[in-house]
Every structure is written in structure tokens, then in C-alpha cells.
Design a binder for this molecule. Structure first.
Ligand code: ZN
Length: 119
């Protein structure tokens, strides 16, 4: 298990496993956030506290919500609005340095082709 935390510690995540890969996406929102996404099933991620103090942002088809800490502003994760969708993204930049250092960074062309462009 690994832990991730926003800068002030108000939002903490306990995650079943370290990511093997993280995604650097160039879509309109990810490139502005500057995040690295680690994808999980929501079943693999627990929030501490259970109801984290985040604000969220949605746009376009409003299918996913991007969450940020209400206190320090760090983008923490995105969550699908549809609870049946078994996928969420955790901002791997909130993980310990040594965990992030072990992960392979993959580049996703989310802006245009939706394909990975690193191999
Ligand atoms: Zn915070």
C-alpha cells in the first residue's frame, strides 16, 4: 500500500499498489494542471478522511469530476460521475518521490488522437 497527500495534508489517499506507469496527457485540462495520472479502480483507493474536503470541476460532457484540495489547491484525483465506471485517476505527483521515480511516464496525446505517443 502507498499513500498520497496534497500539500497541506487535508486530503490523503491510501492506495493498494504503486503505479507501474503514470500518464502525462496533453489535453486541454491535463496540460494546464500539469498532473501525472495513475489509474485505478475506485475499489483500490481509500480517502482519509472518507469524505475529502475538495472542490471539483466538470466541463464538456460532465462525465468526470476533477477534484482539488479546498485548502491548498492541489489537484488530487478525478472521479467518474457514473458510479458503475470502474476507473478513476489519482494525481501521482501527490505520491512519495520514490514511488513516482519507479513509475514509467507515458505520454498521451489526449488533445488530438487519444493515443499514447511514446512508443
Ligand atoms: Zn491540501
Amino acid at each position: 500500500m502507498i499513500e498520497a497527500s496534497c500539500h497541506c495534508g487535508a486530503v490523503r489517499l491510501a492506495i493498494d499498489a504503486a503505479p507501474e506507469t503514470v500518464t502525462d496527457c496533453n489535453c486541454s485540462i491535463c496540460r494546464r494542471y500539469g498532473v501525472l495520472w495513475a489509474y485505478y479502480s475506485p475499489k483500490q483507493v481509500r480517502f482519509v478522511p472518507l469524505e475529502p474536503a475538495t472542490d471539483s470541476y466538470m466541463w464538456d460532457d460532465r462525465s468526470i469530476a476533477f477534484h482539488r484540495c479546498r485548502t491548498c489547491g492541489c489537484v488530487t484525483h478525478w472521479a467518474a460521475v457514473d458510479p458503475a465506471r470502474d476507473r478513476m485517476g489519482v494525481n501521482a505527483r501527490l505520491m512519495p518521490l520514490e514511488v513516482l521515480a519507479q513509475a514509467r511516464v507515458r505520454r498521451l496525446d489526449g488533445a488530438v488522437t487519444e493515443d499514447y505517443i511514446d512508443d
